[in-house]
Design a binder for this molecule. Sequence first.
Ligand SMILES: Cc1cc2nc3c(=O)[nH]c(=O)nc-3n(C[C@H](O)[C@H](O)[C@H](O)COP(=O)(O)O)c2cc1C
Length: 330
Amino acid sequence: MLRTRFTEVFGVEHPIVQGGMMWVGRAELVAAVANAGALGFITALTQPTPDDLTKEIARTRELTDKPFGVNLTILPSITPPPYEEYRQAIIDSGIKIVEIAGGNPATHLSHLKDHGIKVLHKCTSVKHALKAQQVGVDGVSIDGFECAGHPGENDIPGLILIPAAAKHLTIPMIASGGIADAQGLVAALALGADGVNMGTRFMCTQESGVAQKVKEQIVANSELDTKLIFRTLNNTARVADNAISRKVVEIEKSGGSFDDIRDLVSGQRGRKVFEEGDLDAGIWTTGQSQGLIHDIPTVADLVTRMIDEAEDIITGRLNEIVAAPVTARS
Ligand SMILES: Cc1cc2nc3c(=O)[nH]c(=O)nc-3n(C[C@H](O)[C@H](O)[C@H](O)COP(=O)(O)O)c2cc1C
């Protein structure tokens, strides 16, 4: 058992989180994560309406009696979704943990806290983590530059970002981005984190609803096979290297505007990748951690393996390094 401030404050068994994932964070995956003793988040905006979110939460409850949460992602959008209505659906469903990503958590915080909901805020910089702590969130999840999705514009990898944030934060902190195994978990704890958040690794499990071809492509991909799009829009996103993302980068480099890439990057095209396994249909989110992913396990096997191996690393190899006489080390 690994006990941290995160497991205590958020009431979960293991210091492992499955962060919100558009098109991926659905009942089957989230329930499997909860049943494995980790913390899974349903992705609110994957559900077309707040009413559908209510139904998805109910569906998850049929599959697990363990705690799980809902992710609410606030990103620049041409037609913003009805955030307040999604928030109300979360509150009315009796959810007790929410992950807010992207926007300023203050907008939603008091409404959630009034209903005894614990809030984990996901951000990409020390500055925003400290701001979130100041406004009263219960924990922060910090994405390093390695991560799938939106790494921010500062390009600071986790090896720097996590200890830099740990130095200032007093609330539990989750390290996110580039973590896919026990080594990553132990490293994150050593850097000062209270747990880890994984996206790509959980997307590549048996219970994840994405097409088998996507999972196989993640296993086949190396850490080199991602592209950064939307750099010119100050809304960088790390996605899979494919025909579409290469085209988007090319258009951006040649001075194109959002209108020139709008169709290529549409959510509906990305959805086709995940649902039909048509890998070049659109852009699809994946992180550099795919270079560390070599199989498609069940969620339970993944979580058990990570915890067991993390304990082995801490009590075995690391302990031996401390205990071994200098001569034995060389
Ligand atoms: C397919 C996919 C979709 C994602 N969508 C979201 C999202 O809607 N909201 C969000 O906060 N994070 C999203 N993320 C980011 C993850 O929650 C997590 O922060 C990230 O994957 C961590 O990096 P890793 O993939 O290296 O583990 C997504 C990640 C993936 C792989």
